[in-house]
Ligand binder design. Structure first.
Ligand SMILES: Cc1cc2nc3c(=O)[nH]c(=O)nc-3n(C[C@H](O)[C@H](O)[C@H](O)COP(=O)(O)OP(=O)(O)OC[C@H]3O[C@@H](n4cnc5c(N)ncnc54)[C@H](O)[C@@H]3O)c2cc1C
Length: 502
């Protein structure tokens, strides 16, 4: 398996849980690509109703419901409110949401409903009251994408898969004319290694065509790329528990402002980009676009001081024909097999990762001539699945309170917060190093904890102490500590409002 995002990790789990010997190599960190830069919704996608892509909505809702059932410690129900300015809009969106309910939206999550003006304001107290007629409420899933990625890696490892981060595939190995292995470079030590097997699965996200070119330099590109940016705002702008849905932006998209980890996540944009980038950054006009739309709906204008961080991700979209707009390209997925037997799985959404994985492993089993074995992930509980309701309460998006408590009991200084503005303690960092394969400062501050997204400036301030703690755990020297702080601070400045990074 090449690539440790949602697709590759899901595929590794699927293969290992069927009993196939599985190795997954990730060039950077698990989830560090698009899979940690999403809107963090396990959803059918109300937007695709307008595009009449009902089969995608039905498939995604089925997978959303499975995500909640198999990982209740990582996926939460969230109320979404669409404010409307008149009865015609209320009927229009109400009918759409009834269809969403029927396609599977109501199952496990509850039915959508119409809200009076007062009930709309009760759910979203900071909505502008002028021109507000009423609203609609529906329910979808919300999760922490990077923590879900780690959980998939852990679950795959529990089933016997070897999953390794910071190892990048540089070359494909052939037996005759068949692709049967990879050569890879350890990005931290520079060492090379090779892995051979019966079949190679390319799940490199926006980089699948790069891997495809290693397989066959004449391979046709399969993807189109679209950048989506988010801003992370102070909770005062949306203090309730319901998310705000702006159903039609100027470019015909749905915009969300969603409570998440004590902040508000607002996004997203959809800008075609010519090529994949490892570290995409939000453009100033994307940030303006998001702020301007929010300003139209919220009582208080978001100020620059409200912006805790900004981040961007690139969607791996199956390329359409005839130069279609990226926002109208399908979010469905496909599995391709090259002449040399490289299996590539591309497109899709986080929510459909499990189905993508099932399809990829079905194909890989045929291509690799493996013994036929049935997929078991539909009902497979992910690592950390709570054993009782009490245990579920001790879990915060995948951190097990009892593990943190025992670390803190052994060493009380680990109870200290890593920064007064961040909801994490030193024990979270030690846990990330000891149990979650965090090898760099960015792994710990960006994806094991979500410090970088929650407050970019605070994460830079926390970096020196966290780096020292990690150095002690990993047995690294002062030089390592300093270079980690420098690299991380440089990365984190890219998460600050354009023009505000100092
Ligand atoms: C702005 C935005 C918002 C989104 N919101 C949602 C949402 O709310 N809900 C939803 O369901 N979906 C959402 N999506 C879609 C979802 O995030 C993606 O479909 C999904 O994360 C893609 O996962 P992936 O594993 O295919 O790609 P990635 O996560 O990019 O993983 C590919 C991995 O391959 C690795 N790799 C590349 N080259 C190599 C190599 N040579 N060797 C080893 N590894 C390599 C990369 O480092 C990377 O980690 C959103 C996407 C974007 C951009």
């Amino acid at each position: 398996m090449i690539g440790g995002g949602a697709t590759g990790l899901g595929t590794a789990l699927d293969a290992a849980s069927r009993g196939y010997r599985t190795v997954l190599l990730e060039r950077d960190d698990f989830g560090s690509g698009t899979s940690s830069r999403s809107t963090k919704l396990a959803h059918g996608g109300i937007r695709y109703l307008a595009q009449r892509d009902f089969s995608l909505v039905r498939e995604a809702l089925r997978e959303r419901n499975r995500m909640l059932r198999n990982a209740p410690h990582l996926v939460r129900k969230r109320s979404f409110v669409i404010p409307v300015g008149g009865w015609a809009a209320k009927l229009y969106y109400g009918a759409g949401l009834k269809l969403y309910d029927l396609l599977g939206g109501a199952r496990d999550f509850g039915r959508s409903r119409m809200l009076s003006r007062d009930a709309t304001l009760q759910a979203v107290p900071t909505l502008k009251q002028q021109r507000l007629y009423g609203g609609l409420e529906y329910f979808d899933g919300q999760f922490d994408d990077a923590r879900m990625a780690i959980c998939l890696a852990q679950t795959a490892a529990d089933y016997g898969a070897t999953v390794i981060n910071h190892i990048g595939v540089s070359c494909l190995l052939k037996t005759g004319n068949r692709t049967t292995g990879v050569e890879a470079i350890d990005q931290l030590s520079g060492e090379t290694l090779s892995v051979s097997g019966k079949v190679v699965v390319n799940a490199a996200g926006i980089f699948v065509d790069e891997i495809g070119a290693l397989d066959n330099s004449d391979a046709e590109p399969t993807l189109a790329f679209s950048q989506g940016s988010h801003i992370v705002l102070d909770k005062r702008l949306l203090p309730g528990e319901s998310a705000l849905v702006i159903p039609a932006t100027k470019d015909g998209r749905v915009l969300f402002a969603i409570p998440w980890h004590g902040v508000v996540l607002a996004g997203t944009t959809d800008i075609p980009v010519p090529k994949p980038l490892v570290s995409p950054k939000p453009a100033p006009d994307e940030v303006d676009f998001l702020l301007t739309h929010l300003e139209e709906f919220l009582v208080d204008k978001p100020t620059n001081g409200d912006v805790r961080s900004v981040f961007a991700g690139i969607r791996p979209l199956l390329a359409g024909t005839g130069g279609a707009k990226t926002s109208s390209l399908s979010r469905s997925h496909a599995v391709f097999t090259s002449e040399n037997g490289l299996v590539t799985v591309a497109g899709g959404k986080w929510t459909t990762y499990r189905q993508m994985a099932e399809d990829a492993v079905n194909r890989a089993a045929v291509v690799g001539g493996l013994a036929r074995r049935t997929c078991v992930t539909s009902d497979l509980r992910l690592a950390g699945y709570p054993t009782s309701d009490d245990a579920a309460e001790g879990l915060d998006y995948g951190f097990d309170a009892s593990q943190l408590n025992s670390l803190e009991a052994e060493s009380p200084p680990l109870r200290e917060p890593i920064h007064p503005c961040l909801p994490y303690r030193k024990s979270h960092i030690v846990h990330a190093v000891r149990n979650e394969m965090a090898l760099t400062l960015e792994d710990a501050l960006s994806r094991r904890t979500r410090s970088l997204l929650l407050d970019a400036r605070a994460s830079i301030e926390a970096a020196p102490a966290v780096a020292e703690l990690m150095a002690r755990e990993l047995g690294k020297d002062v030089q390592w500590t300093q270079s980690q702080i420098k690299d991380f601070s440089e990365t984190a400045r890219g998460y600050m409002l354009p023009g505000f990074a100092k």
